[in-house]
Design a binder for this molecule. Structure first.
Ligand SMILES: C[S@@+](CC[C@H](N)C(=O)[O-])C[C@H]1O[C@@H](n2cnc3c(N)ncnc32)[C@H](O)[C@@H]1O
Length: 262
């Protein structure tokens, strides 16, 4: 299984002795243009090095927008005179931290940020009129974001939805348990979303049922760990063909599973 929990993986790390601040900056500049600094230590010295690099001013994303694709590397100081630099990294963002122009007025919870993050990473999102099932939708952050895209959202939760979200165009409510819904008896959905609080093993059965019956074209599902991490369930999710499990910057003690059918 890929290192799902890593916020950012340095893919090609190299170490250099650096006699001076100028020498460190010149090694980095010689490798490429775009560098994000990781500064847990030697902060003053590293800041002086950073000042000699081309400035990097990533623009916050405006949802819906795909994550940046420009090359980006990461560096740090292991010691005052020892540079560690990786010209490539797994995340499109500096230190794996996405930047968004946040919506502080509309969504009733901050959960929308993890939905924005995974859709930016996938580079795809529900189109107007596409059918979305949002399981565990209350209070309605995800439903708010999806309805805002013009999708037709069926919001499922035992708890009520924020009335402002419930009244949005394209939103339908089903106040019931996500586990009582039999995918075989449902019309197909373009997107199955779930942020239900449930044991990951239980979510695995639910997600498999939607995929195996061919009733979902795309899946985004949060795996929430209460207490110790259920690595076995996480690995079973990761083993689903076409699926991927990752820890988003906006995930807590959770992982996010995504799957795209053919
Ligand atoms: C973290 S909250 C979801 C937040 C939501 N995604 C948002 O953006 O506002 C988890 C939700 O799962 C719901 N839930 C728990 N068990 C459920 C079940 N069996 N069926 C449907 N919803 C369930 C809870 O009522 C709760 O509202």
């Amino acid at each position: 299984m890929a290192a799902a929990w890593a916020q950012n993986i340095w893919l090609a790390p190299q170490e250099h002795d650096v006699a001076s601040i100028g020498a460190a900056a010149s090694i980095l500049r010689g490798l490429q243009r775009n560098w994000g600094a990781y500064l847990p230590d030697h902060v003053r010295r590293a800041t002086l090095i950073e000042a000699r690099l081309p400035p990097l001013k990533p623009k916050p994303l405006v949802f819906p927008q795909a994550a940046p694709t420009a090359h980006l590397g990461a560096w740090t100081l292991l010691g005052a005179r020892r540079l560690l630099a990786s010209p490539t990294q797994s995340s499109p963002w500096i230190n794996g931290q996405p930047l968004f122009v946040e919506d502080r007025a509309g969504p009733p919870s901050r959960a929308y940020l993890k939905l924005w993050e995974i859709l930016a990473l996938l580079g795809t999102w529900p189109q107007p009129g596409e059918r979305c099932l949002d399981l565990g939708a209350s209070p309605g952050g995800w439903t708010y974001a999806l309805a805002g895209l013009g999708a037709a959202v069926v919001a499922v939760d035992k708890a009520p939805l924020d009335p402002a979200v419930a009244g949005m165009k394209g939103v339908t409510l089903r106040q019931e348990s996500a586990f009582g819904i039999d995918p075989a008896a449902e019309p197909p959905v373009d997107w199955l979303f779930s942020d239900v609080i449930a044991y990951p093993a239980r979510m695995l059965t639910l997600v498999r049922a939607w995929i195996d019956t061919g009733r979902a074209r795309n899946v985004v599902c949060t795996l929430k760990f209460q207490g110790p991490t259920d690595h076995e369930a996480a690995e079973a999710f990761a083993a689903i063909a076409g699926g991927r499990v990752r820890h988003l910057f906006h995930n807590k003690h959770e992982l996010t599973f995504s799957w795209e059918g053919k």
